[in-house]
Every structure is written in structure tokens, then in C-alpha cells.
Design a protein around this ligand. Structure first.
Ligand code: ATP
Length: 228
């Protein structure tokens, strides 16, 4: 069953058009890697899904419902857990308070999140503002999971982090996948990204230009659209 279905999405920032026709689907239980060079529209696609930068044309369906014009909090409540670029948490709440504030019933419990990120457990009483960048990213992922979303969206979750922290976050992403969690993920580290993805969707200048399994993402396509 299709969990997320996007057709012919067009999004603008004021008069400037960023998306010209994005098509994308995520099946229930699937991990989809949203790819493309800098500025090709990955973050804008994610912002459009969550209605943070609403789409002007096209449509977005989630779990069978049209969410194209739905407000962000209603979209979140329907079951989309966003981990945005820039890892937002409540700075003046502790780690545990941040997680509990997000929590909704389901398979991802507080102890499940702590098992995924033991560092968060060690720092459960610490204010979020005192965490390192990497720990804040773990908390942002933990918060998204604590809402027990049907779909988790990760936008550059490992960007700018130290190698050991990146390693921990990728391990957590693999564990989340092993639980069958549906995810839509943007990340520049292809060597980590491709093994967790069931399918890749490549954007070029605000359009979907390639879709397929990671093992058929050939060198020419990578060179042409991803610059690798
Ligand atoms: P990156 O990997 O650099 O994050 P991206 O693929 O996520 O890139 P977007 O951030 O979605 O790309 O940008 C798509 C286009 O929209 C770019 O041309 C960018 O300059 C433009 N854009 C992004 N944010 C804004 C904004 N707030 N105002 C105006 N234009 C924007």
C-alpha cells in the first residue's frame, strides 16, 4: 500500500519557483532515499510534504488522505514524524521531558528510544541546550520516533557531525529500518545511504528525473545527477 504519494508538485518561495514537478511515493514499510545535488529541491520537497512551505500545484496523499492543504500540526498528527535540517528540540526542557512531550502510544517507547541512543539515556536529566550538536540530533530523531509516526522523514540527519556520532546515528537508522519503520531520507553519504534504501528518487532542478532501486543506480546516473 502507498503510504505517501506525491504527484506533479510545484512549490515557490515568493515568486521564485523551486519545484517544477516532483513525483514521489513511499510504500508502507519502505525506505526511500531522496537524492540530488545541492539546491535541487530535496528540502523544499520535505517542507512541502509537511506544509511548512505549501505546494502551489500538484497533490500529496498520505495514508489515503489528501494532505496538500492540511496544516502542519494535523499532518504531524496523521503520522508524519519530521526530523528537520537543524535538529529542533526544546532547549529548556531536559532530554526526557523533550521525549515525553512528543510521546504518543505505540511501539516506540521511552526505553526503546534509549536503547537506540544510550547517550540520551545517560543525559536524560540534562537540558537539551547543553547537549552537543550530535546529541541534539539524536534527540530530534528520538522525538520524531516517540510520536510513533507511520513515516519518519530525515533531512540531512548526519550533516556536519563528528564521525563517531555519524556512526551511531547510522547504526540507529539501520535499527529503525530493521523494525520495518517507513522512512524518507535525505543524506549526502551515499555509502551509508544506499544500503538502507529500498528505492532512490533523484531530483534535478526541482523535478524527479530518476527512480529505481539502489543496485540499478549506475555510475552514469550518479555522475550525471549526483556529481559522484
Ligand atoms: P541542499 O542539499 O543544499 O540542502 P536541496 O536539494 O535541499 O539542497 P532546496 O533547499 O530544496 O534544495 O532548494 C531548492 C531551490 O530553492 C534552490 O534553488 C534554493 O536556492 C531555493 N530556496 C531554498 N530555500 C529558499 C528560500 N527560503 N527562499 C528562496 N529560495 C529558496
Amino acid at each position: 500500500m502507498k503510504l505517501l504519494e506525491i504527484e506533479a508538485l510545484q512549490t515557490f518561495y515568493g515568486k521564485s519557483q523551486a519545484l517544477f514537478g516532483v513525483d514521489l511515493a513511499v510504500e508502507e514499510g519502505e525506505a526511500v532515499a531522496l537524492m540530488g545535488r545541492n539546491g535541487m529541491g530535496k528540502t523544499t520537497t520535505i517542507r512541502s510534504i509537511c506544509h511548512l512551505t505549501p505546494a502551489r500545484e500538484g497533490n500529496i496523499k498520505f495514508a489515503g488522505k489528501d494532505i496538500t492543504r492540511m496544516r502542519p500540526h494535523r499532518i504531524a498528527r496523521l503520522g508524519i514524524g519530521l526530523v528537520p535540517e537543524g535538529r529542533r528540540c526544546f532547549p529548556n526542557l531536559t532530554v526526557e521531558e523533550n521525549l515525553l512531550a512528543a510521546a504518543r502510544p505505540g511501539k516506540w517507547t521511552l526505553s526503546g528510544v534509549y536503547a537506540l541512543f544510550p547517550r540520551l539515556k545517560e543525559r536524560r536529566g540534562q537540558y537539551a541546550r547543553t547537549l552537543s550538536g550530535g546529541e541534539q540530533q539524536m534527540l530530534a530523531i528520538g522525538r520524531a520516533l516517540a510520536t510513533n509516526p507511520r513515516l519518519v522523514i530525515l533531512d540531512e540527519a548526519t550533516e556536519g557531525l563528528a564521525p563517531v556520532i555519524r556512526h551511531d546515528i547510522w547504526r540507529a537508522i539501520r535499527a529503525i529500518r530493521a523494525e520495518g519503520q517507513s522512512i524518507l531520507i535525505v543524506d549526502k553519504t551515499l555509502s551509508e545511504l544506499l544500503p538502507v534504501a529500498d528505492r532512490c528518487v533523484v531530483l534535478e532542478k526541482g523535478r524527479t528525473v530518476w527512480t529505481g532501486a539502489p543496485d540499478v543506480l549506475d555510475a552514469e546516473t550518479q555522475q550525471r545527477f549526483l556529481g559522484v
